[in-house]
Design a protein around this ligand. Structure first.
Ligand code: NAD
Length: 297
């Protein structure tokens, strides 16, 4: 293996430490405790695990956590009424609606009902537009985590060739916007891209966000490139067990890349840390206080 490992767990622990420091300072100087509300509709077991772990980490950094678990048959009016209540609650600085929502609920309508200033997932149409036009936005957590790790690893990204694979609204598109904002030359590849291997071979930075286990082999990677693997895929590990792998074939890619994030332990831990960071940023903005350095872009 030649690649250095970008240790997302360590980055995330450091970011949570920074967040905790800012929360303590906000509380000591102004008596303000940032608060994060998480809304979960339904009984998807994985979503319940995510929400529990978000709540635990929120409390660990000194913030208030508000969890709202609603039954799977919750109707739109009830959910919108809860969001309206949270929009008007001064103790709540960040609101996250856990996705996916049950099919009978319109996710776009629900997300766009969140006060954009409290939209710590950065999915509200106003934040999407602000990010796309290079204005101060709430930035989606997963791409934000990727960018913070890339900046920490490289310093300036200006002029680098970046290829993002996957064009989802929650990862691929905002990732491309962020890399463009940092003056990369960006290609946004997707399921209809021709000659994907050739496109990826141009890249100094590869961000894979597809959801297909190990689809990017090492011989697609330019020697020395930095590889950020967003994918989380559960595969059969034999003997009735499973394990998590990314969208990149780690074994072959790590023999070619200059640096690579592992799965697990790469992008995943940074996502929750960035959610906490966004909540502090939202809290400072809501109180017209200076924003702490290094928590957002
Ligand atoms: P998505 O299904 O919404 O989007 C997948 C994208 O991949 C689509 O834009 C599609 O065009 C593209 N794609 C599909 N097949 C392709 C192919 N053969 N070649 C090239 N592109 C192809 O997925 P998402 O929500 O963006 O998530 C992507 C992956 O990232 C998933 O594995 C998900 O679990 C993971 N994820 C991880 C985190 C984290 O915190 N680490 C957060 C969000 C998503």
């Amino acid at each position: 293996m030649t690649a250095s490992i970008i240790d997302g767990k360590a980055f995330a622990a450091a970011l949570r430490g920074q967040v905790a420091g800012h929360v303590a300072a906000l509380t000591a100087a102004h008596g303000i405790v940032p608060g994060l509300a998480v809304v979960l509709v339904g009984d998807d077991p994985a979503s319940h695990v995510y929400v529990r772990s978000k709540g635990k980490m929120t409390v660990e950094v000194g913030m208030r956590s508000f969890e709202h678990r609603l039954p799977v048959d919750t109707d739109e009016a009830t959910l919108l009424a809860l969001i309206h209540q949270l929009n008007n609650d001064a103790q709540v600085h960040g609101i996250l609606v856990q996705l996916p929502l049950p099919d009978h609920l319109n996710a776009d309508l629900v997300i766009n009902a969140i006060d954009p200033a409290k939209d710590v997932d950065g999915f509200h149409i106003s934040n999407v537009g602000l990010l796309a036009t290079g204005q101060k936005a709430m930035v989606p957590c997963t791409p934000l985590g990727c960018l913070l790790m890339l900046r920490a690893h490289h310093g300036s990204l200006a002029g680098m060739e970046a290829v993002v694979i996957g064009r989802s609204n929650i990862v691929g598109k905002p990732m491309a916007q962020l890399l463009l904002g940092d003056s990369c030359t960006v290609t946004l590849a997707h399921s209809r891209t021709r000659n994907l291997a050739e496109v990826v071979r141009r890249a100094d930075i590869v961000v894979a966000a597809v959801g297909r286990a190990q689809m990017v082999p090492g011989d697609w990677i330019k020697p020395g490139a930095t590889v950020i693997d967003v994918g989380i895929n559960r595969v059969d590990a034999g003997e009735g067990k499973t394990r998590l792998v990314g969208d990149v074939d780690f074994d072959s890619a790590s023999g070619v890349a200059g640096a690579i994030t592992p799965v697990p332990g790469g992008v995943g831990p940074m996502t929750i840390a960035c959610l906490l960071a966004n909540t502090v940023t939202a809290c400072c903005r809501a109180n017209a206080l200076p924003e702490p350095e290094g928590l957002t872009v």
